[in-house]
Write a protein that binds this ligand. Sequence first.
Ligand code: FAD
Length: 410
Amino acid sequence: MPQDLVLIGGGHTHAIVLKMFGIKPLPEVRLTLISDVLHAPYSGMLPGHVAGFYGYEECHIDLRSLAEFAGCQILIDRAIAIDLNKNLVICQTHPPVNFDLLSVDIGSTPATLSVPGAAKYAIAAKPVPQFLASWNQLISERQNHLQKPLRIAIVGGGAGGVELALNMQSRLGKEEVRGKKEEGRRKREENLEKLSSEIHLFHSGAELMPAHNHRVRRRLQEILISRGIQLHLKEKVCAVKKIERETNPQFPITNYQISCKSGLELECDRIFWVTQASAANWIRESGLAADSNGFMQVNDCLQSVSHPNVFGAGDIAAMVNYPRPKAGVFAVRQGQPLFENLQQFLLEKPLKPFAPQEQYLGLIGTGNKRAIASRGSFMWESALLWYWKDWIDRQFMQKFSNLPKTSNTK
Ligand SMILES: Cc1cc2nc3c(=O)[nH]c(=O)nc-3n(C[C@H](O)[C@H](O)[C@H](O)COP(=O)(O)OP(=O)(O)OC[C@H]3O[C@@H](n4cnc5c(N)ncnc54)[C@H](O)[C@@H]3O)c2cc1C
């Protein structure tokens, strides 16, 4: 009897799993990918895309051609529950999907629910398609109204928030310069003072990027300050609201307000939310063992600790013996072990445990085609690092482009 392997989410780990299934297919296994997007964003290049260094195609994996290469049926839909008694994935629009073996790689989203107004008014960095739609809309508004002051707030001072702040500022700066070129010289000089966008970064801790060493933290703080990004450290945002009044003499297009526990309030045009990762509720609600934050608990073979025929990887999975930060590098590294263990399970062979590395090399782009390397207590800053990061990221994306047509399609 053919077996049904169903993958939920086309995240970094599943992209690698699909590529490997294309290279080494298993007969008698039907593959199905349930993904709510056709193009999966690659996190390593996302800040560079925001800065305008990469086009959309360069930093998105085309899941349709990848699925075709793997001989996998693709359903564009959102999984909303798993019926673990009947082995069914419940989708938003398609009928339930039957599985013998299931793997979940749906990522995470910044936690917004605990702060009143955040889910409604702030723009979360994930899901990425919604975030990019808002960012692109802001850029096109900016292109048409360069003379208007713009104030952006970013909530969350981890690596994601810091990288976004620097890359957003770089892009906004480019738009302003472009705008100025199009104006006459006199007008340009007149408007020079006025053409400016402000970025405010809010972070609840005393120092940014707590997951990195103090030299990295100090250097990035210096860079942010030197670029005029306004830091609000030890500020816990406790509410976000929309301001009903349409105009205010100082900032005419201001329409949101951030309130902090300290009493600090700030009006701004957009609020981006990049706080700590949270898990989809339906994972725990479906009955899968989950940690206190709702992330699916998996063993060293990436197998659910409660349901042996369910595997999990990437941000959504918490390896019970190896807690690690939610970062794309870990999701990518889980690709091969997940692929091998799914195959071992289907072949009824023993699973192979996997130990993720303890430290990892973080390459943090600073929005000016330079990068900072961070690993353990080590820090290095250079333009060369940007070109190295760019090379690594392009090599990764290369794996998923120009895939040959195979005879795998069932
Ligand atoms: C602004 C920002 C910048 C970052 N930069 C970096 C970086 O430079 N380097 C780094 O290592 N990490 C970075 N990260 C972290 C990184 O994005 C995540 O760790 C990584 O994406 C996790 O990969 P994943 O495979 O778990 O899931 P993802 O890559 O998030 O993919 C999950 C996929 O599942 C789909 N999906 C979700 N729910 C469903 C559902 N219910 N049904 C069907 N499909 C679903 C999603 O659309 C998505 O395509 C950054 C994060 C942010 C917010």
